[in-house]
Design a protein around this ligand. Structure first.
Ligand code: ATP
Ligand code: MG
Length: 427
C-alpha cells in the first residue's frame, strides 16, 4: 500500500477535477459507499470462482462475528446501495464514484494492494446506444487528459446461453490439451473455464491463440446487438478493435465488454475496463435491471499522464501534471516586518492569490533561494524599513507558464508599478 505525497496529491486533484467536470456534464451523480461491506455481497455479486473473490480479498471477522471485506471494486456496492435505498424505482440511475479499492495481489508497477478507481455505473439503461454512450465517457476523459497511445478493445460476451454453449466447446478443446495447461488453468477448467482466457501466463496465452473464441459462438441476436454498438462507436468517431479473446475478470458481465489499453503501461496495460452486467441487480435481490459501467485505475492513469507529459511538455497532460506554484513568495525578516508580512499574506490569500509565507526568519539571501525553489512568480520583500513605510518590494522571479492555477496576473498588476517597486496600501 502506497502513501500519496504532496507532489502526487496535487496531480491527482487536477485529474479528479477534470473527471468530475466530465461527469457533471454527462448528468452523472456521485455516490459514496462504505469501504467495508459484508463479504457475502462480493461473493454473490462478483462470483466465488473469480480471482478477486477467490484469492484477492481482504476479509476478516468483526467483533459482531460478521465476515467483512474491504471492497475490491465498486460496482457491487453501488448496486447494493441503489437497491437498499429504492433508487431503482425512480427510473434510470447514472452514478460515478471514486476511491480506494483493496486486492491482495503481487505488487508491481501499476498494481497495488490498495489502489484507486474512478468509475461510472448506468443502472436501468439497456439499449446498445447506451453502451456507446458510457464507453465514450471514458474515452473522452482520457483523450481530454492528453493520454497517448490508447486502444479501445471491445468484445461481446453474449448471453448466458451463448456462454454455456461456448463453455462446453472451450472445455472440450482445453481438455484435449490439458498437458499444456498450468496448475491455475487446470484448476479453473471445471470451476470457471472462461477465466483461463484472462490468464497472464505467456505460455497459456500462446496456446489460446488457436482456441475457439466466444465471439464465434455468439447467437445471431447477440452478434446483431454487438454490431449496433460498433456502429454507434463509429458514429462517435471512436476507433475500436474487436478482441474476440477479451473476457472480464468479474463474473457478472454479458454482451459488450471493453478495455482501454495503452502500449505505454508494460504488463499492466489496461487502464480502464468495463461492460454490460445485466444480471447483477437481480442476483443481488433486485428486479431485472440492465446495467453498464466501467472502472478506471488511477495509478495506471497517472503513469500514462507522466509518460504523455514528458513526450509533450506543452500538451494537456503536462498542464494537468504541473503542480501548483505560488503566485507570490513573501520574503520577510525583522520583528515588525514579520508581523506585517503575516497580515499581508493573509490579505493576498483572501484576494485569491496563492501565497507562501517564509517562516524561517533566515537571512534575506537564504529566503530568496527558497523563493526560487518554490517556483513562485513573484517575491514580495518586506524588511523592517519597508514595513515602517508600509511598502513591500514586489520582485518578478519567473514566468507563470503551464500552471494548473494560472496566476490572476491582473491582481498583481494592480499592486505593481512601472519600476517593479510596489507600495502595498493597507486599508
Ligand atoms: P488486471 O487484469 O490488470 O488485474 P482487472 O481486470 O482485475 O485488471 P478491473 O477489476 O476491471 O481490473 O479494474 C478496472 C481497472 O482498475 C483496471 O483496468 C486497472 O486500471 C485498475 N486496477 C485493477 N486492479 C488493480 C491493482 N491491483 N492495482 C492498480 N490498479 C488496478
Ligand atoms: Mg486483476
Amino acid at each position: 500500500m502506497v502513501d500519496l505525497l504532496p507532489e502526487h496529491t496535487s496531480r491527482w486533484q487536477a485529474v479528479e477535477s477534470v473527471a468530475r467536470d466530465h461527469f457533471r456534464r454527462a448528468g452523472l451523480q456521485e455516490i459514496r459507499t462504505p469501504l467495508l461491506e459484508l463479504t457475502e455481497l462480493f461473493a454473490r455479486g462478483i462470483g466465488e470462482a473469480t480471482d478477486v473473490v477467490g484469492k484477492e480479498m481482504y476479509t476478516f471477522v468483526d467483533r459482531g462475528d460478521r465476515s467483512c471485506t474491504l471492497r475490491p471494486e465498486g460496482t457491487a456496492s453501488v448496486v447494493r446501495a441503489a437497491l437498499q435505498h429504492g433508487l431503482l424505482s425512480q427510473g434510470p440511475q447514472r452514478f460515478w464514484y471514486g476511491g480506494p479499492m483493496f486486492r491482495y495481489e503481487r505488487p508491481q508497477a501499476g498494481r497495488q494492494r490498495q489502489f484507486h478507481q474512478i468509475g461510472v455505473e448506468y443502472l436501468g439503461v439497456g439499449s446498445p446506444r447506451s453502451d456507446a454512450e458510457v464507453i465514450v465517457l471514458a474515452w473522452a476523459l482520457l483523450v481530454d487528459l492528453g493520454v497517448q497511445g490508447l486502444v479501445l478493445e471491445i468484445n461481446s460476451l453474449g448471453t448466458l446461453q451463448d456462454r454455456k454453449k461456448y463453455r462446453e466447446e472451450l472445455v472440450a478443446w482445453l481438455e484435449a490439451r490439458s498437458d499444456q495447461l498450468d496448475d491455475d488453468s487446470r484448476k479453473r477448467l471445471h470451476t470457471n473455464p472462461l477465466r483461463i482466457l484472462d490468464s497472464k501466463n505467456p505460455a497459456i496465452r500462446e496456446l489460446l491463440q488457436d482456441a475457439p473464441t466466444l465471439f464465434e459462438a455468439l447467437s445471431v441476436e447477440s452478434k446483431g446487438r454487438f454490431e449496433e454498438v460498433q456502429v454507434h462507436l463509429e458514429t462517435l468517431q471512436i476507433p475500436s478493435q474487436l478482441n474476440p479473446r477479451l473476457v472480464r475478470g468479474l463474473d457478472y458481465y454479458g454482451h459488450t465488454a471493453f478495455e482501454i489499453t495503452s502500449d505505454q503501461l508494460g504488463a499492466q496495460a489496461t487502464v480502464c475496463g468495463g461492460g454490460r452486467y445485466d444480471g447483477l441487480v437481480e442476483q443481488l435481490g433486485g428486479p431485472p435491471t440492465p446495467a453498464f459501467g466501467w472502472a478506471l485505475g488511477m495509478e495506471r492513469l497517472m503513469l500514462l499522464l507522466e509518460a504523455a507529459a514528458s513526450i509533450n511538455p506543452d500538451g494537456s497532460a503536462a498542464r494537468v501534471m504541473a503542480s501548483t506554484r505560488p503566485d507570490l513568495y513573501v520574503v520577510n525578516r525583522g520583528e515588525q516586518a514579520e508581523r506585517v508580512a503575516l497580515v499581508i499574506a493573509h490579505q493576498l490569500r483572501a484576494a485569491g492569490l496563492v501565497v507562501e509565507l517564509d517562516s524561517s526568519g533566515a537571512a534575506f539571501n537564504k529566503q530568496f533561494k527558497r523563493a526560487g525553489r518554490s517556483r513562485a512568480t513573484w517575491a514580495l520583500v518586506i524588511g523592517d524599513d519597508e514595513a515602517e513605510r508600509g511598502e513591500g518590494r514586489l520582485k518578478y522571479l519567473q514566468e507563470a507558464t503551464t500552471q494548473a492555477n494560472p496566476t490572476p496576473i491582473d491582481q498583481l498588476h494592480r499592486l505593481d508599478d512601472v519600476t517593479g517597486l510596489v507600495r502595498l496600501v493597507r486599508e
